[in-house]
Design a protein around this ligand. Structure first.
Ligand SMILES: *Cc1c(COP(=O)(O)O)cnc(C)c1O
Length: 360
């Protein structure tokens, strides 16, 4: 029978296969976002988001936005990198390079340290740039670079930021809720994420976790109106969203966050992902597939990239897997046609992985 949920099992890195509990949450009564019931729902989501990493709960606040993960990243760098400031973007994949494109579009000064997509972020070059250029106000980077599945060494990058008093802006879109985030040690000013990856909600809502003092006492550098975090923060703190939110996605996110909490929080989720990915990697490697990054230890818990074997076409592999009830994910841009990616986010079980390995 294809699909533990009766349909498809999504092995792409979000949107994820939903639990029935989260899916049903969207059937709750229609709700006007100006009613007290929505204020309560939004308050619940914001406080749950700030408590996913309990050590962040005191100093950070969550600002919820309608949109996908990119909206949150754009709101974060747009609102927080001052017009007269400068961002150092440390990139090794599509999403790091996207941060640089966003800043460029916004007309904000930036320097990019770009590594090959199969390489780690270049920490030496980042340190040298920070030491050379005192006008750099922020470092921006990606935690889990979904392009390849590499979990970047943000602990080391954060240390560089902390030593120099430069704020770190982190794209944690594909890691939030499924990997360790250490706000204090990383000198984290903000991180951006989405409802529909490791948190197991539905697409439609994204959010930025921001140091509260920055929003309380700073000034907005937002180049536009809709993605101005300061404006959203002021309204949400007063109980209401500024613009029409994705109400049903909010029901789903609140439920998904409750489910995360009840199942043991991010530690348990990461452990679950590790078990599934460990089995998946061992199984595919024993079938002759090769890890793109060579070493299983450099990957995140939730995603693995494999070289497409000689003579195997992604579309054909994808179509075959889909007939068995699984959706796998291609490479992006330069890696399109040479790799495939398998994520274990969402309502997937060890049995799903065993079944997947039988049909590859
Ligand atoms: C998914 C993802 C994004 C955002 O993509 P959207 O399609 O806008 O949700 C940003 N950064 C990373 C690292 C991602 O994995």
């Amino acid at each position: 029978m294809p699909g533990g949920n009766g349909f498809m099992r999504l092995l792409n890195p979000g949107p994820v296969t939903l639990t029935e509990r989260v899916r049903r949450a969207m059937l709750r009564p229609d709700l006007c976002h100006r009613e007290p019931e929505f204020s309560e729902l939004l308050g619940d989501i914001r406080s749950r988001l700030a408590r996913v990493y309990p050590e962040a709960a005191d100093q950070y606040t969550a600002v919820v936005l309608a949109g996908s993960g990119t909206a949150a990243v754009e709101a974060m760098v747009g609102s927080l990198v001052p017009r007269g400031g400068k961002a150092l973007v440390v990139a090794n994949g599509v999403y790091g390079e996207r941060i640089a494109s966003i800043l460029e579009t916004q007309g904000k000064p930036l320097e990019m340290i770009r590594s090959a997509w199969t390489e780690p972020i270049d920490l030496d070059a980042a340190a040298a740039a920070l030491d050379r250029d005192p006008t750099i106000t922020h470092v921006a980077a990606v935690h889990h670079e979904t392009t390849t599945g590499r979990l970047n060494d943000v602990a080391a990058l954060g240390r560089l930021c902390r030593e120099r008093g430069v704020g770190l802006l982190l794209d944690a879109v594909s890691s939030f809720g499924g990997e360790r985030v250490d706000p204090e040690a990383w000198n984290l000013e903000a991180c951006a994420a989405t409802a529909n990856k490791c948190l197991h909600g539905v697409p439609g809502l994204a959010f930025v976790l921001v140091r509260r003092d920055v929003l309380e006492s700073g000034t907005s550098a937002a180049p536009g109106l809709y993605l101005d975090l300061f404006r959203h923060y002021a309204a949400q703190s007063a109980g209401h969203p500024v613009f029409t939110p994705a109400v049903h996605a909010a029901y789903a996110l609140a439920e998904a966050l409750a489910e995360l909490d009840e199942s043991g929080g991010w530690h348990a989720r990461r452990a679950h992902y590790r078990r599934l990915s460990g089995r998946l990697r061992a199984g595919l490697v024993s079938q002759g597939f090769r890890l793109l990054l060579g070493d299983a230890a450099v990957y995140s818990a939730s995603l693995t990239s494999f070289d497409l074997p000689e003579g195997v076409d992604f579309d054909a592999l994808h179509a075959r897997m889909k007939r068995s009830g699984f959706v796998i994910y291609p490479g992006q841009q330069a890696l399109c046609g040479s790799i495939f990616r398998v994520a274990v986010m969402g309502a997937l079980t060890a049995e799903d992985i065993e079944e997947f390995l039988k049909v590859t």
